[in-house]
Design a protein around this ligand. Sequence first.
Ligand SMILES: NC(=O)c1ccc[n+]([C@@H]2O[C@H](COP(=O)([O-])OP(=O)(O)OC[C@H]3O[C@@H](n4cnc5c(N)ncnc54)[C@H](O)[C@@H]3O)[C@@H](O)[C@H]2O)c1
Length: 442
Amino acid sequence: MDDLNRRDFLRIGSAALAAVSIEASPAARPQESGPFAAPAIETVRIGFVGIGGQGGGHVRNLLRIPGCRITAVCDIRPERTDWATRQITEAGHPTPTAYTRGPRDFERLCETEDLDLVFNATPWEWHAPIMLAAMKNGKHTATEVPAVMTIDDCWAIVDSAETHRRHCVMMENCNYDRMEMMVFNMVRQGVLGEVLHAGGGYLHDLRAIKFADDGEGLWRRAWSMKLNGNLYPTHGLGPVANCLDINRGDRFDYLVSMSGPSRGLQAWAAEHEPPDSPKRQERYVLGDVNVSLIKTARGRTIYVEHCTNLPRPYSRINLVQGTKGIFQGYPNRVYIEGRGREHQWLPATEVLEEFEHPLWKELAEQATGAGHGGMDFIEDYRLIKCLREGLPTDMNVYDAAALSAVIELSVQSAERRAARVDVPDFTRGRWKTTPPLGIVHM
Ligand SMILES: NC(=O)c1ccc[n+]([C@@H]2O[C@H](COP(=O)([O-])OP(=O)(O)OC[C@H]3O[C@@H](n4cnc5c(N)ncnc54)[C@H](O)[C@@H]3O)[C@@H](O)[C@H]2O)c1
């Protein structure tokens, strides 16, 4: 991971924060009511930073979405900018400018290129510096998940987005998955009644990926040596936060978190790494299972789990429960009072036709074959559409901050015997008046 250690990372984070603080006192900055929208952009010019596994998928999607052009590409590995350049030119677009002069070359990209959007899919430690450089230079910005790793950086991106009046979007693709969107549609139609509880998680056996000598293996395992909490809360939380109108009528109020023992990575290293491998000397602090509970300002509860070091099938839990019924994922099932047999789940496929989200009806065909079952295409499509039409983005900087904040807050709580920690109100009170997300279309 470009040997950025936590101290370096914190230094980068605080330097960025200091830079932002000097420019303005964002708390004093007046905000318009309603979600932020920027002037419409006819053709969105994009600089793409970090073209690895996930970035490559976004590049391919963006080349199929009308009204955008990737005009600059940046990666520390020139073979990745070469790959992206080939994709772009083969799609019939002009050759993009490549930025490959090391891990801070994104700064030159942000300073010198005429761009509307800087989109990054880099390792976690780079998200904040890249987004802050983009906004400081007048560009909208989008990042892969999680947006940032610290509370300081949550505030830094909020302050910067408000100061520079730019979009800062965390690309939470799971908000666009078919079942998540169907549940959201059901919630909007009142089928589950008043929503009172939700659950989400990221339960994914990543051991082989974390120990690989390429891709995420180069940086992701390192976080398991630094932090003990929920390192990846947004896939599980994003979709259910929408169902609970988080930042748009409700907000995360406080959280408690516990981590269990750390065994999985140690055991994997002992079983799979040769005796002389330096990986065997690593010391992991990340508990294999971390569980958090979030209480919302309106008194509702959310269970969030993180488990990436143990053998298990994949799950994001995806549970939404209301006064009239409940949906639960993995496997997808639903119970709606008065329908089907009492006390028995119905397979979700039996209600899919009735409650399918319109966006999936409209875009399923185009999304076929894109990353993660098509949801990545739909999320990229929506981002470009909102920018082109001057609409508020589906996900905004307050969502990026609130969802990412769970990382540091879970660490803080877990290290203090599950002490209660307050979740900052990144909206500064505007969650009370911001309208809920609607049912969007293509
Ligand atoms: N939403 C999803 O479903 C999903 C899936 C996978 C990964 N991700 C996220 O995407 C991001 C990237 O993950 P990945 O799997 O693509 O990792 P990866 O390691 O495959 O790709 C990261 C890329 O960034 C480049 N890079 C590293 N530091 C850089 C810097 N300072 N400047 C420019 N380029 C730099 C690397 O060379 C690499 O090409 C992470 O935030 C991860 O959490 C999200």
